[in-house]
Design a protein around this ligand. Structure first.
Ligand SMILES: [Zn+2]
Length: 381
């Protein structure tokens, strides 16, 4: 594997006290290695894919160096590690240099692989600059394209909304809408749990265990796909209907909600927020995170008074000012108020983005798992 070969060469140079091997030198070494009989198989893999692996390695190193010198924001980054063939997900990327092509008959032509039948989840909006083929743990092949999309602002709307990421509901909006996690998602999650229990009962190393593991991976993929579809619909609706969207910053919100880690919705939130972010940017809509901690649940959204701490079981309460509150809607109203205030201070921050094709827009190979995605609409909205 080119990634591992390059990493090994650099590690050995480092241990021997030699200088860091430059990107160019590494690439040259790889080209020479292809000529040696032992590594001749490298020649059978598209050269661009190999170069891509090296490019990934270079980026990994650069991020690591930046992190060491403090130039990289965020958490510290570990040095690159060897990639394993046993990884559940395997991926290769082709850039446009690799001359991949989407054919008129809907097939995808990949260098050294051939024409591949593709089930398209949606048409490509324009020519793609790269394509990644992923084999996931459920044995499916997914194709994901990177496309540059012009941001298409929606006409200005005058509504804004605060979102409370709830425990009982998935989200509660300041306009009074409560969005529960849909039944089909709970059903899929239930099936996943069953499959996991079944796996736990199988003897290690047995064929039945292998089968059970495959079943878990399939159930997992199904939950993930279903959830992603649903989150796409929800996030699209929210962005379409509102000029500004406010939500609590999850890291900060987490401070007040330690139980949240155990929430079944946990996995969905980061993805949901991410979808809101890129869809907002694309639609020219403002998305602001309220990044300071405030007790959104027990502050009265009408008079601003701070009430007593509320146990989770209390869903409604009455403020001394006389206004009665639904716990979650009140929280969402407070998020909206805080978001509006922040926005007045900072001014709107809307930036155009280069869009990475989201994983939800990847495509499933027909030979792989076939199931129809029944998606219940989010009728509450
Ligand atoms: Zn009040």
């Amino acid at each position: 594997m080119a990634f591992n070969d390059g990493l090994r060469a650099r590690q050995q140079a480092h241990e021997a006290g030699l200088p860091y091997i430059s990107d160019g030198a590494l690439s040259k070494a790889l080209t020479e290695a292809k000529q040696s009989p032992a590594q001749a198989w490298l020649g059978e893999v598209s050269a661009v894919v190999l170069q891509q692996a090296l490019a990934d390695l270079n980026v990994a190193y650069r991020n690591f160096f930046k992190s060491m010198t403090g130039k990289h924001k965020g958490r510290n980054i570990a040095p690159p590690r060897f990639r394993s063939r046993k990884d559940n997900r395997q991926a290769i990327r082709f850039t446009s240099n690799a001359r991949f092509k989407v054919l008129d008959n809907g097939r995808l032509r990949l260098p050294k692989i051939g024409d591949v039948e593709v089930v398209w989840s949606r048409p490509l909006p324009c020519a793609a600059s790269s394509v990644t083929v992923i084999a996931d743990a459920a044995g499916r092949y997914l194709v994901s394209f990177v496309v540059d999309v012009d941001t298409k602002p929606l006409p200005p709307r005058d509504s804004d909304v605060g979102i409370d990421l709830g425990l009982v509901h998935f989200v509660v909006l300041s306009n009074g809408t409560k969005v529960a996690s849909p039944r089909f998602l709970r059903r899929a999650a239930h099936k996943l749990r069953k499959a996991q229990q079944n796996l736990a009962r199988k003897t290690k190393g047995s064929n039945n265990r292998k089968k059970a593991r495959r079943a878990v991976a399939k159930a997992h993929a199904r939950v993930a796909d279903t959830r992603r579809d649903w989150l796409h619909k929800l996030s699209t609706t929210i962005i379409r209907d509102n000029q500004a969207v406010y939500l609590e910053d999850l890291c900060v919100a987490g401070l007040g909600r330690t139980r949240m880690a155990k929430s079944v919705y946990d996995a969905g939130w980061a993805m949901f927020v991410n979808m809101l972010e890129y869809k907002a940017a694309r639609a020219g809509c403002t998305l602001a995170k309220v990044d300071r901690f405030f007790p959104s649940t027990r502050t009265c959204s009408a008079c601003g008074r701070l009430g007593e701490k509320l146990p989770l079981s209390v869903r409604e309460w009455v403020c001394p000012c006389g206004v009665s509150h639904d716990r979650d809607i009140n929280a969402a109203l407070n998020v909206r108020a805080a978001g509006r205030a922040d926005l007045n201070d900072r001014g709107a921050q809307v930036r155009p983005v280069v869009m990475l094709a989201q994983r939800g827009e990847a495509v499933i190979h027909p030979d792989a798992v076939c199931y129809t995605r029944s998606v219940e609409g989010i009728s509450v909205l």
